[in-house]
Design a protein around this ligand. Structure first.
Ligand SMILES: *Cc1c(COP(=O)(O)O)cnc(C)c1O
Length: 369
């Protein structure tokens, strides 16, 4: 029996192979007589799981040695507070670029911890473009510059991270990459800190990844909870408090799955990225050609991961979603703030899933066009 294709924005589909492996190891991990959920986080079994997960992630994303990988909790929404608590003391204020719902929320939360400057915003065009970095009003002495590199709700992706140094800005770039981490490489020469909730592209909810350059540690405000102080977390190898052990294990299985992928001569993350490009091209290509469905995001800002799209009449949404479900195409409803439909096509969604969706889109358009 084949499983349905799941287009959820998050928590989202995981690779079937990974779920099967987790199921087979559920009661007894590698002869230990324990489920991973039942192990001490300080025992040698779990420490080996966490170390393997970190080293696989470092390999996949080519994380330089002077960056720490932290396994935290609270999700990206907690990071909206944890980032300013840890970094705001480095400068007089914090610069934020607003490109959609998530970055809007990030800058709002940061205001609790200091002065925030919104240095660019696409609010005027309804979050459908990416403001050109050359137009950003970068300020002197910012503690950091924050962007959301993939806006999950609006379907906007920064296909190239800004080169702040080239723009005359010394502040570190902070990216919320929750919904496209491990879908493409990251240019670390442009990034000081990256954070991501795991539940979009790398694992179950409950784990938050923080990848931070070492010189950014040790600046936390005195009010920062110890468990959220990056330096304390780093000094304890993410075991200051009990980390989300099962979520780390599952993310580790996903990292190994990524390493096993290949497309022609491409391996690992390169294969994943090529596949993601092919999937997005196929979906947007059909939507554009259909003359029935519409999209709002500027073509050069379209996310490879999250594609919002719309039907020509409000009355069609209910039959569309009901019909999709009977075809094994799940969770296509758009976010309530944008409306319409949204197909999230993360790493775990195979090209065959996009093909099945396009086939249904065609059939639905023929019936109702
Ligand atoms: C999902 C998401 C969040 C929120 O994550 P939580 O785990 O609910 O805190 C924040 N930013 C982006 C880009 C997201 O996709």
């Amino acid at each position: 029996m084949t499983r349905p294709f799941n287009f959820s924005a998050g928590p989202a589909a995981l690779p079937e192979e990974v779920l099967q492996q987790a199921a087979s190891e559920m009661l007894d991990w590698h002869g230990s007589g324990m489920s991973v959920m039942e192990m001490s986080h300080r025992g040698k079994e779990f420490i080996s799981i966490a170390q393997q997960a970190e080293s696989d992630l470092r390999e996949i994303l080519a994380i330089p040695a002077n960056y720490k990988v932290l396994f935290m909790q609270g999700g990206a929404i907690a990071e909206n507070a944890i980032v300013p608590m840890n970094l705001s003391s480095r400068g007089g204020h914090m610069d934020y670029v607003v490109t959609g719902s998530w970055s809007l929320k990030s800058q709002k939360e940061a205001r609790k911890y200091g002065q925030v400057n919104v240095i660019a915003s696409n609010e005027a065009d309804g979050h459908t473009t990416v403001p050109d970095p050359a137009s950003w009003q970068l300020s002197r002495n910012a503690a950091y510059v924050h962007v959301c590199s993939n806006e999950t709700i609006n379907g906007i992706e920064l296909h190239e991270l800004p080169d702040l140094k080239a723009l005359g800005c010394d502040a570190p770039l902070v990216i919320d990459c929750s919904s496209h981490i491990a879908s493409r490489p990251i240019d670390w020469s442009r990034v000081g800190l990256a954070y991501a909730g795991a539940q979009k592209n790398i694992g179950p909810a409950g784990l938050t990844l923080v990848i931070v350059r070492e010189d950014l540690l040790g600046h936390a405000l005195p009010i920062t909870p110890s468990a959220f102080d990056y330096k304390i977390v780093a000094d304890h190898d993410s075991m200051y408090n009990t980390p989300p052990t099962y979520a780390i294990y599952l993310a580790g299985l996903v990292f190994q799955w990524i390493k096993r992928q290949h497309e022609g001569a491409l391996q690992g993350l390169d294969a994943i990225e090529a596949r993601n490009i092919a999937k997005a091209d196929r979906l947007y290509g059909y939507l554009d050609a259909s003359g029935f469905y519409s999209t709002h995001v500027a073509v050069n800002a379209r996310s490879r991961m999250n594609a919002p799209f719309f039907l020509p009449a409000e009355a069609l949404y209910e039959p569309f979603l009901a019909g999709a479900k009977t075809q094994g195409l799940l969770q296509l409803k758009g976010h309530k703030s944008v409306g319409g439909l949204r197909a999230s096509i993360y790493n775990a969604l195979p090209l065959a899933g996009v093909d099945a969706l396009v086939a249904y889109l065609k059939e639905f358009a023929q019936r109702h066009g």
